[in-house]
Design a protein around this ligand. Structure first.
Ligand code: SAM
Ligand code: DTB
Ligand code: SF4
Length: 343
């Protein structure tokens, strides 16, 4: 059998299919994920994004993991939307440090229509620096998604975060369906999607499989799939309840994501700060090919840039250039002989 047909782009994953991947012997799962990775990517290349919180804290939502929810006492101070010039200065620094994508995050349930022109100005100016642009601003209406696209936005980040049946235990101020609705508006506006979730929140393996099942069964696979390991922040409900996840289980989640969404960037996201170099190396071997680079995520820490540079050198990794990413996205033929949206 030709190898591509072993890793088709599918949208019909059952929970049992995904659990069967998780249940493979660890080295067999890694071997399969590594093979899937090599079909569409150079495994020495890692896409580098930098995050900036352009509006921090004071969020009305109750996401049980989030240090920016106003109702939890986490020490995060609420601030107003940043000035465009300050955002652009930070984007320029990120580019100089090797980032190809700049992601602007706001602690909003959803932006107000009056916020959109200011965010649009940030997007236009960051894009003019030659960076890919990404934003994560909460729920979007159809009109807002189109306005961001018109400003030159490339990606919108909106995570499913966890399995549909576990969602209500983590967040009570919105529903899983609200996330799907925003993702629909984002896709309809022609934006690329960045959509993943968090593991280590006390979910079962069945529920981790459920998150990946929901992601891979979206009408189009997300272009980027951030896999966050919970950063347990004092003051959030999760800091009380979550138990440390077996690191091999985290690697299994990355590997299953790579196999199920073979043409997507799988991003090793929050939680790298407390991962050893060896654990990160296992994640890259399991098919992770994207990171957040820079000393801060939104409000919590990330490895310092020197540590990342040293890790890339030790592992023989190099930052992916934007044209290499475009080549994968334009690469025709998903290998499943279907007419699916992934080509
Ligand atoms: N407010 C917007 C929203 O919720 O979509 C955008 C910002 S929100 C902080 C973006 C994502 O960060 C969340 O969906 C979640 O996956 C991730 N995140 C937040 N707090 C986290 C934590 N403590 N550990 C890991 N990931 C976290
Ligand atoms: C994503 O999936 N992870 C990033 C980004 N998208 C916006 C955010 C991680 C946030 C971790 C907690 C913090 O720094 O506040
Ligand atoms: Fe608000 Fe987003 Fe944090 Fe939820 S994850 S509390 S929506 S900033």
């Amino acid at each position: 059998m030709h190898l591509v047909s072993s890793f088709p782009v599918r949208h019909d994953w059952t929970r049992a299919d995904v659990e069967a991947l998780f249940d493979l012997p660890f080295t067999e799962l890694l071997h399969r994920a590594g093979s899937a990775h090599r079909l569409h990517f150079d495994p020495a290349e890692v896409q580098v994004s930098t995050l900036l919180s352009v509006k921090t804290g004071g969020c009305p939502e109750d996401c049980g993991y989030c240090p920016q929810a106003a109702r939890y006492h986490t020490g995060v101070e609420a601030s107003k939307l940043m000035e465009t010039d300050d955002v652009v200065a930070r984007a320029r620094q990120a580019k100089a440090a090797g980032a190809s994508r700049f992601c602007m995050g706001a602690a909003w349930r959803s932006p107000k229509d009056r916020d959109i022109p200011k965010v649009a100005a940030m997007i236009r100016e960051v894009k003019a620096l030659g960076l890919e642009t990404c934003a994560t601003l909460g729920m979007l209406s159809d009109t807002q998604a189109h306005a961001l696209k018109d400003a030159g936005l490339d990606y919108y980040n909106h995570n499913l975060d966890t399995a549909p049946e576990f969602y209500g235990e983590i967040i009570h101020t919105r529903e899983f369906q609200d996330r799907l609705d925003t993702l629909g508006h984002v896709r309809d506006a022609g934006l690329k999607t960045c959509c993943g979730g968090i593991v280590g929140m006390g979910e079962s393996r069945h529920q981790r499989a459920g998150l990946l099942q929901a992601l891979a069964n979206l009408p189009q696979h997300p272009d980027s799939v951030p896999i966050n390991r919970l950063v347990a922040v004092q003051g959030t409900p999760m800091a009380e309840t979550a138990k440390t996840l077996d690191p091999f289980e985290f690697v299994r989640t990355v590997a299953a994501a790579r196999i199920m969404m073979p043409k997507s960037m799988v991003r090793l996201s929050a939680g790298r700060d407390t991962m050893s170099d060896e654990l990160q190396a296992l994640c890259f071997a399991a098919g992770a090919n994207s990171i957040f680079h820079g000393e801060k995520l939104l409000t919590t820490g990330n490895p310092d840039t020197g540590r990342d540079q040293a890790l890339f050198a030790r592992l023989g990794l190099r930052p992916m250039q934007v044209d290499a990413m475009e080549a994968v996205q334009e690469d025709a033929g998903c290998g499943c002989n279907c007419a699916c949206a992934n080509g």
